[in-house]
Design a binder for this molecule. Structure first.
Ligand SMILES: [Zn+2]
Length: 321
């Protein structure tokens, strides 16, 4: 270990609804965790101020000087360039924001900025489901479909920091447009949003389902969890929606396996917590689509670190040069 690797780090997972902070030991132990609500204005300066205040507080509370800290790693939901500027972040309504430079200036600490799913993947690579691999992928199945790609032990960003947008890989024609403006993106088939939209579509088409009662009672769309629960009870609409989700996710996974030949693909995000209802079928279907079929050694597993992947990966990102 060099000197930098013996210092504690701060990892931040900046999201549209919450900002998570972690004080991380050089061995990857979470020494302290703080969660704050993301200001509803999503105003850049306001969020910057909150982050600076919280980092200063963590240092104070733990009697740490800035010299004793290796820096601050931060993952956010969007595209950054190689200089740590936010090119855009849709959930935060940000465009061209100098996140890294502003934080460095305010904190007088080293700061490194990256995409949240990429850094969550780096967390799983160091401490979770992708440990002891060289090439591995994390897909986060949430509102959208995010991805972290690790190649040769490093976070892969692409040549212009525009890569690994696996959620926007086009795999078919959908009945609604993706929020990127295209039609047929993987995340419009294989995300929590897609699952809800398709179940709603079937309900609107008049298909019989126990979810109809749920829908009438709550007067708002059914939740992904309600669909999963209904599928467990063999509700036809829920099963159809889940089957479609698995079908397209398997296409996505087999494409990724054909391109990257990773050791592991880990599935994270809210939907992965219900992995027991779809993992086996997903593995089976994926194998039928991959180029090398039965003998394909890529493991498809559920991610392990849950909400801690982001803060751990963001911190470890500081050690990667
Ligand atoms: Zn898209």
């Amino acid at each position: 270990m060099n000197q930098a690797q013996q210092k504690k780090m701060i990892g931040i997972d900046l999201g549209g609804t919450s900002i998570k902070f972690g004080l991380i030991s050089p061995e990857g132990k979470i020494l302290r965790k703080v969660k704050r609500k993301t200001p509803s204005t999503k105003n850049f300066e306001e969020i910057l101020k909150l982050i600076v205040g919280e980092v200063e507080k963590i240092l104070r509370d733990n009697r740490l000087t800035k010299e004793e800290i290796h820096g601050v790693g931060i993952g956010f939901p969007g595209v950054a360039n190689g200089n740590g500027d936010v090119v855009f972040a849709n959930n935060l309504y940000w465009e061209n924001k100098p996140l890294q430079k502003s934080l460095e200036k305010e904190l007088s600490l080293r700061v490194k900025v990256g995409n949240d799913a990429s850094l969550a993947g780096f967390g799983e690579f160091h401490f979770g489901a992708m440990k002891n691999t060289r090439n591995a992928l994390l897909l986060t199945l949430g509102t959208g479909l995010g991805a972290g790609v690790i190649i040769n032990g490093k976070v892969f960003h692409g040549s212009h920091y525009l890569g690994t947008e696996i959620g926007h890989m086009i795999v078919g024609e959908n009945f609604y447009n993706c929020n990127c403006g295209n039609n047929g993106c993987l995340e419009t088939f294989a995300s929590a949003t897609a699952l809800v939209k398709y179940a709603t579509y079937l309900l609107d088409a008049g298909e019989t389902s126990s979810l109809k009662k749920t829908l009438e009672k709550q007067q708002k769309p059914v939740t992904p969890q309600q669909i999963i629960d209904a599928a467990r009870r063999h509700d036809e609409v829920a099963e159809k929606a889940l089957k479609r989700f698995i079908h397209y996710l398997a296409i996505g996974l087999s494409n990724l396996i054909n391109i990257f030949d990773p050791e592991v693909i880990a599935l994270g995000g809210g939907l992965s917590e219900s992995g027991d209802v779809f993992l086996e079928e997903l593995r089976r279907l994926t194998k039928t689509h991959t180029y090398v079929k039965e003998q394909n050694p890529t493991k498809i597993v559920i991610a392990e670190l849950k909400n801690d992947a982001g803060i751990l990966g963001s911190a470890m990102f500081l050690l990667e040069d």
